[in-house]
Design a binder for this molecule. Structure first.
Ligand SMILES: Cc1ncc(COP(=O)(O)O)c(C=O)c1O
Length: 401
């Protein structure tokens, strides 16, 4: 839970600044807000950090993904390539936009594999919704080449990957639009929140209006603003943005602490026989969020998880059986169960979701155990966790504790 580990006076001060003015709304009220604009400040900090031309803070990572799709022009009937390993928000965002999710396979980068994406393309494919899983970037070069080749729109769901880079460029900045999450579990948190990014001014304008009932945000009379498009309320509150501001200022500190702790954990287990790690095309760009272990098979992964939990290793995740992150548990998506009709109900599924063959995902996620890395762990504490981790893994793999 990195961001929350460092909650302190900075977050309290930012929140108090908002409460002192009483202006919890991100727009207007210049006369009372004492020039305090937390959402704007959070956006500017995200632009500074990532290099994005434009950022829009919104209510969640999920609504940031919704903005990223809408602003990229993805909607009714568009086939969108998605991965089977992500958070459900990715798939929900496509369905609720009126799009049709098409699943392609992943590889040992834990992200979409370009060859599998290529095989899943049809004449109706409009976009790839690329998810950078578990704090590090996908293998961008082949994916970018494919997008160029086949004239596909790239949208990035970097919900889990703020602080991740690919050869000097921040994730979220490869696509036409991108999204970050600032929910409670992320590297930097606003409690709830998200940030949409793009380098394209017109896409930014679309997202800016889409996230606020179509408002064009021109002039000083909110009730008389133009509404060039139909939108909805995805606004962030100033209170959440205030926390986001304090956390953004800590991002690099959190990232380097996590990377250092992750390196210590990895050193503790690296030589164990049969143990492998998630492939990272640019290890220097890793945010350090998770130590992603690949066991020989799903049986050994499950045994390792049980042993780690019994030994008190913190932050152990086994995504293969997780209800929200892996396709095997998504019967409601496969059945198209929804509160109200979606475009996919009338247009039909682009794939038989019940008969998908995604052998890469089944293999790699079955073997994957992710350890969430803390940013406030002292070296001795990290080493103790490393010892427990080693003992647990050695009890399954052999190789000596
Ligand atoms: C990849 C990914 N996308 C989107 C989201 C949604 O973010 P939020 O929880 O802020 O709505 C998450 C949240 O975990 C995520 O992991």
């Amino acid at each position: 839970m990195p961001g929350t580990e460092l909650f302190g006076d900075e977050e309290r001060r930012e929140v108090m600044e908002v409460l002192e003015t009483g202006i919890l709304f991100r727009y207007g009220h210049e006369d009372r807000r004492m020039d305090r604009w937390k959402a704007r400040e959070m956006e500017s900090l995200v632009c500074d950090y990532t290099g994005a031309g434009h950022a829009l803070a919104v209510s969640s990572g999920s609504t940031a993904v919704a903005c990223a799709l809408a602003a990229a022009g993805i909607g009714y009937g568009d086939e969108v390539i998605v991965p089977p390993f992500t958070y459900l928000a990715t798939i929900e965002a496509v369905l609720l936009a009126g799009g049709l999710p098409v699943f392609a396979d992943i590889d040992d980068t834990l992200c979409l594999d370009a060859a599998s994406v290529r095989a899943a393309l049809t004449p109706n494919t409009k976009a790839i919704l690329l998810v950078h899983m578990c704090g590090a970037a996908a293998d961008m070069d082949p994916l970018l080449e494919l997008c160029r080749d086949r004239d596909l729109v790239l949208v990035e769901d970097a919900g889990q990957a703020l602080g991740a880079w690919y050869h000097g460029r921040s994730v979220g900045r490869f696509g036409l639009t991108g999204a970050f999450s600032f929910d409670f579990f992320k590297i930097t948190t606003a409690g709830e929140g998200g940030v949409f990014v793009t380098d394209d001014e017109s896409r930014y304008r679309l997202a800016d209006s889409y996230a606020d009932h179509g408002h064009d945000h021109v002039g000083d009379n909110r009730g008389m603003e133009e509404h060039p498009i139909v939108g909805f309320n995805y606004r962030i509150s100033e209170l959440h943005a205030a926390v986001g501001v304090a956390q953004m200022r800590k991002l690099e500190r959190i990232r380097s602490a996590k990377r250092a702790n992750k390196a210590r954990l990895r050193d503790a287990v690296e030589d164990l026989p049969g143990l492998d790690f998630r492939r990272m095309p640019d290890p220097e760009g890793d945010s350090g969020t998770f130590l992603n272990l690949l066991l020989p098979d799903s049986e050994s992964a499950e045994a390792a998880v049980a042993s780690m939990r019994a030994a008190g290793v913190p932050g152990v995740n086994y995504w293969f059986t997780n209800m929200y992150h892996f396709i095997n548990q998504w019967d409601h998506v496969k059945n198209l169960d929804a509160a109200a009709p979606l475009a996919i109900h009338s247009l039909g599924s682009p794939q038989d979701y019940r008969a998908l063959e995604l052998p890469g995902a089944q293999e790699v996620i079955g073997r994957l155990v992710s350890i969430g890395v803390g940013c406030s762990w002292e070296p001795e504490n990290t080493d103790r966790i490393g010892e427990s981790l080693r003992e647990s893994l050695a009890s399954v793999l052999g190789g000596g504790a």
